[in-house]
Design a protein around this ligand. Structure first.
Ligand code: SF4
Length: 467
C-alpha cells in the first residue's frame, strides 16, 4: 500500500515528523531487517516520487552497524537527496510539558502519539516479558510500528520461544540486537561465564545489553519502553510518560537527540495483566512458573507471593539500584556532605574502570599541566561519577582507551567533582561534566574537545587531528 508521505527535516528533537495515511501490519514484513540495507536501495529510491518502499529504504534499519562502531548514522556516501522538495518544519517540542499533558492519558493514546510523531524513526524495546502489552497497544493504533529486542545470548529457552510466538501472532519481525562477539569472547575468556556473581552485573550487562542498545538507538529518534513506576520503588518511581532521554543518543547525535516514551509509566502491573488476558495476548511461559520480571537466565529467578518483582533480578546485589544500564537515567545523584555524588548510580564507586586508562590524582594532572615536553600525548576526561552524561560515555571512552593502548596517546581520567571542581574550573576549562582535554606532546596547554558527540569515532577523529 502506498503511503502519502510529507517529509520534514528536523533538528535533533523537534517534535515534527512525517505523517502517513493508512498502514497495516503486513507492511512490517517488508520493513528493513538485519543486514538487509544496501547502498543500492538508497540510490534507486532517490529519483522518483516517494512511496512506501522508497520511504523505508531511506530509513535505517535499527541494527545496521558499521564494524564495531556504536553508530548506525548513515555515512555521507550513502545519503542521496530525494528529488522531491522537502518541507522544513522546525518545531521544537517541550517534552516536559508534553509529559504533563499526557500524564493522565491512556497507554493507547500515548502510544498513538509516539508513533504519529516519529513514524519509522521510533521502535518498541521489547524485553520478552509483559511489555508485550506495548506491541498490542501499537497494533491497536493501526499504525505501522517497529520492535527490537536485545538478545544477550543468556536468555531462557522460554523467552526465545516467546519471541517466536510474538512474531507469529503479530506477523512482525523483531529486530534483534546482538552483543559484539569479540567483546563477549574477551569477557568470558578472562572472567568466566558467571563473573557477575563475583564482581557485579555491570560489566556483563555493558557488553551484552548496553552497547547493543546504544547501537540500536543510534538508528532512531525515539524509543518506547515498558517501564512502570511500580516496578522499582528505588529507581522507577518518577518515570514520566515521555522524556528527552537523559542517557542515550539518537541518530543525530548529542545530548537530547533521543526521546524516550514510557506509555505504561502510570499503569500498575495488575492492570497490564488484566489487559493481556482480555486481549488474549501470548505470554512468556516463565510467568506461569513464578517469574514476574524476566531478564537473563542466570540473573533472574522466580519470586514468592508478596515479594517485589525486582527482587527476582540480580538478587545478590543492592536491592535499591537494580538497573542494568538500559535505564540509567532513573538513577539519581545522592548528594554527599561536600556536594560530591556519593556513588556511581548503579552501585559501583567509579567510572571508566579499565586497565587501559590511567587514574590521575590532583598532583598527576598538575604535572601534566606543567610539562611542556612529554613522551606521549594525553587525552583526559574530567568527570563526576554521578553525572549521567559521563555514565553515558563510559562504554565509548573505555573502548577508545583500549584502541589507543600502546599507540603513543595515553588515556586518563580525573575525578573533577567535589573539592576538585574549583581547581578544574580554573585550570582545566571545566564548564560542565564531562570535559575532555587533549594534552599535546609539545605543549602544556590542553585543548578542549568542543563537541557533545562522544562516540568512539568522533573522539578518535579529535585525537588523530591533534596527535
Ligand atoms: Fe549478563 Fe546477567 Fe546482565 Fe544478562 S542480566 S547481561 S547475564 S549480567
Amino acid at each position: 500500500m502506498a503511503l502519502s508521505v510529507s517529509t520534514s527535516s528536523t533538528s535533533a528533537i523537534s517534535g515534527s515528523s512525517f505523517s502517513r495515511a493508512g498502514g497495516n501490519h503486513n507492511e512490517l514484513r517488508a520493513a528493513p531487517r538485519i543486514g538487509s540495507f544496501r547502498l543500492l536501495d538508497r540510490v534507486q529510491a532517490a529519483s522518483v516520487a516517494l512511496n512506501v518502499s522508497q520511504r523505508r529504504s531511506l530509513v535505517k534499519p535499527v541494527n545496521a552497524e558499521p564494524k564495531r562502531n556504536d553508530s548506525i548514522v548513515r555515512s555521507a556516501a550513502t545519503i542521496v537527496a530525494p528529488e522531491v522538495e522537502e518541507k522544513v518544519d522546525v518545531k521544537v517540542e517541550d517534552y516536559d510539558q508534553l509529559a504533563k499533558d499526557l500524564d493522565g492519558a491512556s497507554p493507547l493514546h500515548i502510544m498513538d502519539k509516539a508513533l504519529e510523531k516519529f513514524g519509522d524513526d521510533i521502535a518498541i524495546a521489547f524485553s520478552g516479558a509483559e511489555d508485550v502489552a506495548l506491541i498490542e497497544y501499537a497494533k491497536l493504533t493501526g499504525r505501522p510500528f517497529r520492535v527490537f529486542s536485545l538478545d544477550t545470548g543468556r536468555l531462557n529457552p522460554e523467552t526465545y520461544q516467546f519471541f517466536d510466538a510474538v512474531e507469529k501472532h503479530y506477523d512482525i519481525h523483531i529486530e534483534y540486537m546482538f552483543p559484539d562477539a569479540v567483546e563477549v569472547q574477551a569477557l568470558v575468556r578472562n572472567k568466566g561465564l558467571f563473573s557477575f556473581y563475583e564482581d557485579g552485573h555491570q560489566e556483563c550487562c555493558r557488553v551484552r545489553k548496553v552497547r547493543p542498545l546504544r547501537r540500536a538507538l543510534k538508528g532512531l529518534r525515539a524509543w518506547i519502553t515498558g517501564q512502570r513506576k511500580d516496578q522499582s520503588p528505588g529507581t522507577r518511581s518518577e518515570v514520566p510518560v515521555v522524556q528527552v532521554d537523559p542517557v542515550f543518543e539518537g541518530m543525530y547525535g548529542g545530548v537530547g537527540s533521543l526521546v524516550k516514551w514510557n506509555p505504561l509509566a502510570n499503569v500498575e502491573g495488575q492492570v497490564v495483566w488484566s489487559f493481556l488476558r482480555a486481549m488474549n495476548v501470548p505470554i512468556n511461559s516463565l510467568h506461569t512458573k513464578g517469574y514476574v520480571s524476566i531478564g537473563c537466565e542466570p540473573c533472574t529467578r522466580p519470586v514468592l507471593p508478596g515479594q517485589h518483582e525486582r527482587e527476582g533480578r540480580w538478587w545478590w546485589e543492592d536491592a535499591k539500584a537494580k538497573e542494568c544500564g538500559l535505564h540509567k537515567g532513573n538513577l539519581k545523584q545522592e548528594a554527599g556532605v561536600n556536594g560530591n555524588g556519593s556513588a556511581h548510580a548503579n552501585g559501583s564507586a567509579d567510572l571508566f574502570d579499565t586497565k587501559d586508562l590511567v587514574t590521575l590524582s590532583r598532583p598527576g594532572i598538575e604535572n601534566l599541566l606543567k610539562l611542556e615536553n612529554r613522551k606521549e600525548s594525553w587525552l583526559v576526561v574530567c568527570y563526576a561519577p554521578w553525572c549521567p552524561f559521563c555514565q553515558a560515555m563510559e562504554a565509548s571512552y573505555i573502548e577508545l582507551a583500549e584502541k589507543l593502548a600502546g599507540s603513543g596517546v595515553k588515556v586518563g581520567k580525573f575525578n573533577a567533582d567535589g573539592d576538585q571542581k574549583e581547581f578544574a574550573k580554573q585550570h582545566l576549562q571545566l564548564g560542565s561534566f564531562p570535559t575532555i582535554l587533549f594534552f599535546p606532546k609539545h605543549s602544556s596547554k590542553p585543548i578542549k574537545y568542543p563537541s557533545e558527540k562522544r562516540d568512539v569515532d568522533s573522539l578518535m577523529t579529535f585525537v588523530n587531528a591533534l596527535r
